[in-house]
Write a protein that binds this ligand. Structure first.
Ligand code: AMP
Length: 356
């Protein structure tokens, strides 16, 4: 695909905060955006050139969407792989369906990563209640049951241990409705992530690893630089290059790692999209992850991901958004609110990044 020229239209499937930040970055580069999302009042609608309110399976709406776009991208990983394959026949879609397919199923994802000789948490396939009983009896009764598909922010997960027998029933209920895996509990020292970008012609650019803290399975803070050795940084970056190349990926990807007490690195999961743990790049890098993604999918040269400042990013979840007025008065702090009218518990309302 020849690089798109200013004025071209980038189609974005998904109108949440990630779609919103992608639309803002696209506008900065002179592109128009068309966002499709089933929800009225989607955050991205406020900043996109135009939007379509329609279900992702609405073929008539998808026809119109494709007709009006020069390239299609997306802000979430549960886009239907078949839909992308079919859209791809009419308009370039980045990232392509392979990365989507792999990332949508934890079993396929972990197997793909292990086949590249990269470690993940140990795991067992769980299809039935007796699979779980057996897996727990072989281990020490400890593990995290996760649905293979459609889990995010800790949803569809149960932490099992002998001192919490009451959780087993909940795990059984999940197994009855969806194929699962049981992951061994990793005794990690810290969690890090790398935001990576790959262009259509295979150039790869990586941001510095961020150190992440999760609360109740949801990202709370990212701090850069991460408190890891140069060697660990190099190993993590080499793993990311291997993964993103093996997927023949185009766009920005977020890759999350566990760093164990012995400094071993394991990939927890990757997301084929811009990532919450890369929001800091908006304040501490000349080219943010959002601009980098737009550059990649529009066929432009990737930007330099160099970080000019140390920083700390914190998500504003639920009622924490009420502190926004005070946060805005802090020095060296960039506040970013997502334009969501209604505060709900566990809902990501915004974030701020402080240069440190
Ligand atoms: P996930 O949705 O799989 O990324 O899980 C959300 C968070 O739960 C991770 O960022 C970790 O903090 C924690 N977690 C997930 N899997 C494991 C594991 N196998 N061992 C230890 N902690 C985990």
């Amino acid at each position: 695909m020849a690089a798109l020229q200013p004025g071209a239209t980038i189609g974005i499937l998904g109108g949440g905060q990630l779609g919103r930040m992608l639309a803002m970055a696209a506008a900065k580069l002179g592109f128009r955006t068309l966002v499709l999302d089933p929800q009225e009042n989607s955050p991205a609608f406020q900043v996109s050139t135009d939007f379509l309110i329609a279900d992702y399976t609405d073929n008539k709406a998808l026809d119109e969407f494709v007709d009006r776009c020069d390239v299609v991208t997306y802000e979430f990983e549960n886009v239907d792989v078949f839909a992308i394959r079919s859209l791809q026949k009419r308009v370039p879609c980045y990232p392509g369906p392979e990365a989507l397919k792999v990332s949508q199923d934890r079993l396929i994802e972990k197997s793909f990563i292990n086949d590249l000789n990269i470690a993940t948490a140990p795991f067992t396939v769980i299809d039935t209640r007796s699979d779980l009983e057996q897996a727990l009896s072989v281990g020490n009764g400890v593990g995290i049951l996760k649905t293979r598909r459609f889990g995010y922010d800790g949803k569809g997960q149960v932490r099992l241990s002998p001192d919490k027998p009451e959780r087993l029933e909940h795990a059984f209920e999940i197994i009855d409705t969806a194929p699962c895996i049981l992951e061994g509990l990793v005794d990690f020292e810290r969690e890090i992530s790398v935001i990576a970008a790959r262009s259509i012609d295979g150039d790869i650019q990586l941001y510095n690893p961020a150190e992440n803290v999760h609360q109740d399975g949801i990202l709370k803070t990212s701090t850069v630089p991460a408190d890891i050795s140069v060697e660990s940084t190099n190993i993590a970056q080499a793993m990311v290059e291997k993964l993103i190349t093996a997927l023949d990926y185009v766009g920005v990807m977020g890759i999350e790692f566990f760093v164990t007490l012995d400094d071993e690195l394991m990939i927890n999961e990757f997301a084929p999209r811009v990532h919450n743990s890369g929001h800091w790049t908006e304040a501490a890098c000349v080219v943010s992850q959002f601009e980098q993604h737009i550059r990649a999918v529009s066929g432009m040269t990737l930007g330099n991901p160099v970080r000019h400042s140390d920083c700390y990013m914190e998500n504003l979840i639920g009622s924490e958004a009420k502190n926004a007025t005070e946060i805005a008065t802090r020095s060296n702090t960039m506040l970013h609110l997502y334009g969501k009218a209604e505060i709900r518990e566990g809902r990501k309302m915004g974030h701020f990044t402080t240069l440190t």
